[in-house]
Design a protein around this ligand. Structure first.
Ligand SMILES: [Zn+2]
Length: 500
């Protein structure tokens, strides 16, 4: 580059625009500058599945694909046009429209169980950059990746293809259903690849947040008319999570879509740098944790797990000393959001939870020591799971249990101690597994494949005295496992897996 500039200067021709002042833009610009110049802006329409309200998003066509904001693949233009036409005629988009990138709301498009199956196109120029980007994601977030091949493809129907592209870096946002593409040219760096995987897991560009005008100003005069749409805010589509993050790897660079490449199109109000493509920021990591699994630990505030609407949350883990002095872990609703919280006068109490999409979740049932089991209703087409556990688990045969009997769900338990209680909810599902069991001293119990199933705790038992006692359902190697640890006696748990 330097040589070219000197040569041009020596010939007395017009000076090129000044080089980029802070260097970060050149890398982030790979996601933007590949678009054909003067691409005409087109409009896609969709209706919010819940409210029926009409929304729009602009895109340009590149090789038959609808591309928004430089690097977001909405899907084939033909599909986008057909769905737009239907939306304009009043039809509400289905919740799970394949390859339509327009309706990514809430948890519908998260990857179940934090697991992203993928394949790598043999034609990809730098496959190692994908492997390094995956390693960065796995080291910093709860997202896990599994290579899809002939041995597991039937179990992993939804997956990402890292595909060769002759130019640009681009990706769909969130899980689309079936095969979806992250397209990488030779110019896409490791940082660009980490950014594109951010789209895959469900992150949008930081500058499209609703609150962005409190943090940045857009220099509209330096943006070509057709490119202005790339600076639209995402009304209603996304949930802004956490504080505005200048350091996000999902932030546009300062000179994005600049006409005069020496003048910024985005200025931060406090002078902070934007557009880094080095790695995930602390804000990126906490946003991803909010989208996926949740953990609450004693001594911290309740964890906000996101909106109640069309979502439900369930316990996946419990650990610590449950000695009957106010110890509990709880999945609850307040102020329009799901929360994971707990309480303890002992040590090391913590809980885990996960959330999935459904509008068909019941209100909460409860059971307390001394009562008969609580009837939770029909076991047909519904699964029930624990949402709250409290009391003294001191080894005197204490347990709480959600179980089915004669076609009905029940919540009950047993205790020789005091104050044991539990709560549960039920949700309509297309199917659920038998109950899996893990008991202290045994290896982990392998449950269902994470590509299709989610697993929730249905029983905890034994002596939780704070010596590392835990029961946990989690995903390892693409599969749900149930396990735990204990220095006491009789600690165990059960879980059930279900398909939405
Ligand atoms: Zn992007």
């Amino acid at each position: 580059m330097v040589a070219v500039i000197l040569t041009l200067g020596a010939c007395g021709e017009e000076q090129p625009s000044p080089s980029l002042p802070d260097g970060v833009d050149s890398e982030a610009a790979n996601e933007i500058n590949w678009l054909p110049p003067n691409s005409p802006s087109r409009t896609a329409y969709w209706r919010n599945a819940r409210t029926g309200q009409l929304h729009q998003r602009h895109y340009v066509e590149v090789d038959g694909q609808a591309i928004s904001e430089g690097d977001i693949i909405l899907g084939p233009v033909r599909e986008v046009e057909a769905l737009s036409k239907a939306a304009l005629q009043g039809q509400v988009a289905a919740q799970d429209v394949s390859s339509m990138g327009l309706t990514s709301t809430g948890a519908t498009y998260i990857w179940p169980n934090n697991l992203v199956p993928y394949t790598i196109d043999p034609a990809l120029t730098y496959p190692q950059r994908v492997m390094d980007a995956i390693a960065h994601w796995e080291a910093n977030t709860p997202i896990r990746f599994i290579r899809r091949d002939t041995t597991n493809e039937d179990l992993l129907p939804n997956y990402v293809i890292f595909q060769y592209a002759s130019s640009g870096c681009s990706s769909s946002v969130g899980r689309r259903g079936g095969a979806q593409y992250t397209r990488l040219s030779a110019s896409c760096s490791l940082g660009n690849t980490i950014h594109e995987i951010g789209h895959v897991v469900g992150l949008w560009h930081e500058h499209t947040r609703l609150d962005r005008d409190n943090y940045i100003s857009i220099n509209w005069d330096n943006i070509a008319p057709d490119a202005k749409d790339n600076f639209e805010q995402n009304i209603d589509e996304t949930d802004d999570r956490g504080a505005y993050d200048y350091g996000s790897i999902m932030h546009y660079p300062a000179y994005a879509f600049a006409i005069d490449s020496g003048v910024k199109t985005i200025t931060t109000l406090n002078g902070a740098a934007i557009g880094q493509r080095t790695g995930l920021s602390a804000g990126d990591i906490s946003a991803v944790k909010a989208l996926y699994g949740f953990t609450w630990a004693q001594g911290t505030n309740s964890v906000n797990m996101g909106p109640i609407a069309d979502r439900f949350c369930f316990l996946t883990a419990m650990s610590g000393a449950f000695a009957g002095y106010g110890e509990y872990i709880s999945v609850s609703q307040s102020n329009g959001n799901w929360h994971l919280s707990g309480g303890s006068l002992q040590v090391g109490v913590s809980g885990g939870a996960a959330c999935r999409s459904s509008s068909k979740v019941t209100s909460e049932y409860s059971w307390s020591q001394g009562q008969l089991p609580t009837n939770l209703g029909s076991a047909t087409g519904r699964v029930c799971f624990l949402t709250h556990v409290s009391g003294s688990f001191d080894g005197g045969a204490e347990f709480v249990h959600v179980y089915s009997n004669n076609g009905m769900w029940y919540l009950g338990g047993n205790s020789m101690q005091t104050g044991i209680s539990a709560r549960a909810r039920c949700v309509a599902v297309s199917g659920y597994s038998n109950e899996y069991t893990w008991e202290q001293g045994a290896g982990p119990t392998y449950m269902d494949w994470a590509g299709r199933y989610s697993c929730a705790l249905t029983r905890v038992q034994g002596s939780f005295k704070g010596g590392g006692e835990s029961v946990k359902a989690s995903v390892e190697g693409g599969r749900w496992i149930l396990g735990g640890s204990s220095l006491q006696v009789g600690v165990g748990g059960r879980a059930r897996c279900f398909r939405p």
